[in-house]
Design a protein around this ligand. Structure first.
Ligand SMILES: [Zn+2]
Length: 378
């Protein structure tokens, strides 16, 4: 990759794309081993690839406190969620080995220090709730008692669930540049794309050069649609309804935190590292249950000066097919009463698909419905 090629793209967060991959040190077998949870492993891999630039490791106390209190790193750069490694106590020695859930060594961490943290306080500030029923909060409460800070070097990258979609930030930037895209809009999703989402990605694409459909394939709740099914849906949708030279589908390896507004900021910053200049923020982005207001994840962007994030959020409302307009629309663009709109609740859609029924074509593309009906059948 030539440096010139990607100059026309937005700069990574903090100015430089971090690369924390490297060789295993010679003394790796002698180091104390810390086993990471799946969320920590996903963070580790994203630090390695530069998806979490400018982070070079797990946060120290100054960054952690500043992120919780001010939504900024200690140096003032916007950052909305803790990226921390929980341990039982201070490790022996100044380096530790990090292992995956099977015990395989994947990285080394140069110990900067350890610090205590208050789980309820982190829950309140990062998740806006201390309710242990919240899946992100539940995971936080189940963590070990202390945080370990330090830079990491990853010598064994995670095996991607979808190798054909596993593009690192350096890869997406190269692909965007090769295609001549300067302005690229990122779309985060953890659901199959129905007509509403197809519409807003296309409205966004009308104003920029390219679209990155970036489904999250890390940990999600058990009742979310499995990633393999979602990926099959994106394949049929994109190959039938999007011009191939304007869209890239790639997997976003993050684990869901379900932190709503703060996670929307975090998702935007990550997409900036992947080379996106714009980022779609819909209703209840990264939310769960009724913990967040419908537009909280959009309003939180007002807490930053526009130049601070650099990546530009694009806000969308609930969209639907209107029979009278004869097109997709939203409350912003359609004056007709709700009887004119094709609306199906998530529950209703699941019922239909489970019964092998194809939802109306105004709601879902038949090719996508077919994949979902097939998935329900199995
Ligand atoms: Zn209308």
């Amino acid at each position: 990759m030539s440096a010139v090629a990607t100059d026309s793209l937005i700069k990574p967060h903090g100015g430089t794309l971090v690369d924390r991959t490297g060789a295993a040190p010679d003394d790796i077998a002698d180091l104390k081993v810390i086993q990471l949870t799946s969320r920590e492993l996903s963070d580790l891999d994203m630090i390695a690839s530069g998806a979490l630039s400018p982070l070079e490791g797990f946060m120290n106390q100054a960054d952690y406190e500043s992120v919780l209190e001010n939504m900024r790193l200690a140096n003032g750069l916007p950052w909305s969620l803790p990226v921390c490694l929980a341990v039982d106590g201070p490790p022996v020695g100044d380096r530790v080995a990090l292992a995956d859930e099977s015990g395989k060594l994947v990285a080394v961490l140069d110990v900067e220090g350890t610090f205590d943290y208050d789980k309820e306080r982190e829950a309140e500030l990062a998740y806006r709730t201390t309710d242990e029923e919240h899946p992100g909060v539940a995971r936080l409460y189940a963590q070990k008692q202390m945080y370990l800070a330090g830079k990491v070097t990853v010598f064994e990258r995670s095996t991607p669930q979808f190798p054909e979609l596993a593009w690192d930030p350096a890869d997406t930037r190269r692909i965007f540049a090769e295609r001549g895209w300067k302005r690229v809009v990122g779309f985060q999703t953890r659901n199959p794309i129905h007509r509403a989402h197809e519409y807003l990605t296309k409205v966004a694409l009308e104003t920029v050069d390219g679209l990155l459909i970036h489904p999250l394939v890390g940990d999600t709740k058990g009742d979310d649609v499995p990633a393999a099914t979602r990926v099959a849906c994106y394949d049929v949708l994109v190959s039938n309804y999007y011009p191939a030279d304007r869209v890239l589908v790639s997997a976003f390896p993050a684990a869901m935190r379900y932190a709503g507004p703060r996670e929307a900021i975090w998702h935007a910053i990550c997409r900036k590292n992947y080379g996106c200049s714009h980022f779609i923020v819909g209703r209840d982005h990264a939310g769960v249950g009724s913990y967040y207001g419908t537009y909280d994840a959009q309003l939180i962007f007002d807490e930053f000066e526009p130049h601070e994030l650099d990546i530009e959020p694009m806000f969308f409302e609930h969209t639907f097919w209107c029979n009278t307009c004869g097109s997709m629309a939203s409350a912003k663009t359609c004056p007709h009463p709700s009887e004119d709109h094709v609306f199906l609740s998530g529950t209703k859609v699941r019922e239909m698909l489970g019964a092998g029924e194809v939802p109306p074509v105004e709601f879902s593309r038949p090719e996508v419905a077919k994949v979902l009906i097939e998935a329900y059948r199995n």
